[in-house]
Design a protein around this ligand. Sequence first.
Ligand code: G1P
Length: 292
Amino acid sequence: MKIRKAVIPAAGLGTRFLPATKAIPKEMVPLVDKPTLQYIVEEAASAGIEDILIITGRTKRAIEDHFDKSYELETELEKSGKFDYLETMQEISNLANIHYVRQKEAKGLGHAIYCAKFFAENEPFAVLLGDDVVDAQTPCLAQMIDRFNTYKSTILGVQAVPDSETSKYGIIKGEELGDRMYTVHDMVEKPAPGTAPSNVAVLGRYIITPEIFRCLEETTPGAGGEIQLTDALRKLAKKESVYAYDFIGRRYDVGSKQGYLEATVEFALKRDDLRDEFLQYLKKTVAQTDAK
Ligand code: G1P
């Protein structure tokens, strides 16, 4: 079955980025000149996703405006002959059919995904988390869909993380199958340091079968008092096959300040219009800082 739908949870408060996120959604904070959420939506669209459900909340209206058509702006850009910008603006509103639902209370990622039950309509669907931006030659979700077409079951996007960081993630307990695939026997959300079953972490990309909604109905609050998607996926792994795929690409945790800064610098260095001057500036700044 073709994966046509994706869910992007974007209801979080963005406390790690206050005060920037006091009045604007954290998903709208830009990397260079594009909101982080747009990178995620573009990844989904380039993987063939036609319909995207963004789970939003109060204070997130800027997200809807961003992906909508802006008649005033487009008219002004056309009048002033700024056709490059005009085209870029039009591309944004044509990326995919974007739907929205509000998660009324912040009850966790599992609860947010449950808000997509009506949208999934009993089809397997993709989930992309906004804090995980992946730079890859073949977009991460396209790689995952490719594996789904072979395995036809739930697939979690994973990569190995340093042992010191396992407590930040959902960690899998599984068995390597070769060719970057694992079977998942069990999972644990944010294990206490030293207790992780492996160092293979789920990093914000999932393809999930609709049986997850029944599992979510049976899931009680877990880590942090929230309904955890990881806990529902554990249940799913007991009912049907769950796999993990070690995706190829550089993943940035743009929800952390360090990850955000790394992504900003590296994305700027990839831009033809910025690279040379910015690189010179960086070299000069590093040399001056080292000399101090
Ligand atoms: C969420 C998931 C976690 C996953 C992580 C990836 O955690 O609950 O399993 O490993 O995203 O970034 P969060 O970072 O939202 O606390």
